[in-house]
Design a protein around this ligand. Sequence first.
Ligand code: IPM
Ligand code: MG
Length: 364
Amino acid sequence: MEKKSFNIAVFAGDGVGTEIMQESLKILKLIAEKTKVRLVLSAGYIGGAAYDRFGEPLPGQSLEMALQSDAVLLGAVGGPKWEALEYKFRPERALLGLREKLGLYANLRPVVVFEELLDASPLKKEVVRGIDIMIVRELTGDVYFGQPRGVTIEKNGKRKGTNTMVYTEEEISRIAVCAFEIARKRKKNLLSVDKANVLECTELWRNVVSEIGCAYPDVTLKHMYVDNCAMQLIRNPAQFDVIVTTNLFGDILSDEAAMLTGSIGMLPSASMGKDKALYEPIHGSAPDIAGKNIANPLATILSVALLLRYTMAMPQEAELVEKAVAEVLKDGYRTQDIFQEGKLLVGTAEMGDQTLKKLTGLLN
Ligand code: IPM
Ligand code: MG
């Protein structure tokens, strides 16, 4: 029987997190109401907001809430206020802790250009038109988690910083399987990105991805060095279908790819584990514009679409949310980050309301 009740842990986090979360929850609640799906939402603190209240970025009760949920919906964490804190108290640790504790090893970052925003991209229209890339970023390995790490004092009294890039065969094969499965449902082109000419760790990555590829003869697998990929994303982004890469390379390439779409304020993401998932916009907490009702809520609203698609198994409703966003853009509504002459400048809340209105129409 189809599941009709979902526990969602909601962490707005810091900066613009609260504002964008408010808008996306309106969308989620409307869908639940119209489709008679029962949503149990529990809100908790993470990041700087949690540090201020509880002295730690990922308090036990928030982690427990996440572990008990079917999925987590997250805003953003971080801000200058907490930058000087000792590493383990920084807001970003909450995000990394959730990824680790929930086993969220696959980060999916779809990069799609809305026709209406072609002019907002810093690249020429002809270059970005029609791009539809899925970045599959490994999320629980690499230098992000590798040991040893830290800053130590050498015998000569000077400091030494260490981080370790490490991948086991199992970690590589499970993300490769995930990427091949996704490629199979798309245009069947998978590009694995590494730095195998210099780093042994990613030479292993390349070999394991190729070995997994034997089980997917219908998917065309290619390999590319990360520096070349960074260049090709600007030179000819339309060549890409699915990109699978390591944690750090994926972090960097996905920010670069986001700009192709005109604004990082447009891109959602899904982080998947074996039986858990977390949905969040790929942008940060943007403390400079927090509390001013100018942040773009669309990346978080589009993250709700991913939540509907992957956790709640409601692909039709997911598409309707995406369609509502496309139509709001077609009507000319723009937040500041994607604003152009002749369009209607709106704030966070109005952008959310317009999307809600469109969605209401589409659901009736
Ligand atoms: C991301 C972010 C995070 C990361 C930070 C906030 C820890 O940049 O999700 O891309 O580096 O993974
Ligand atoms: Mg990043």
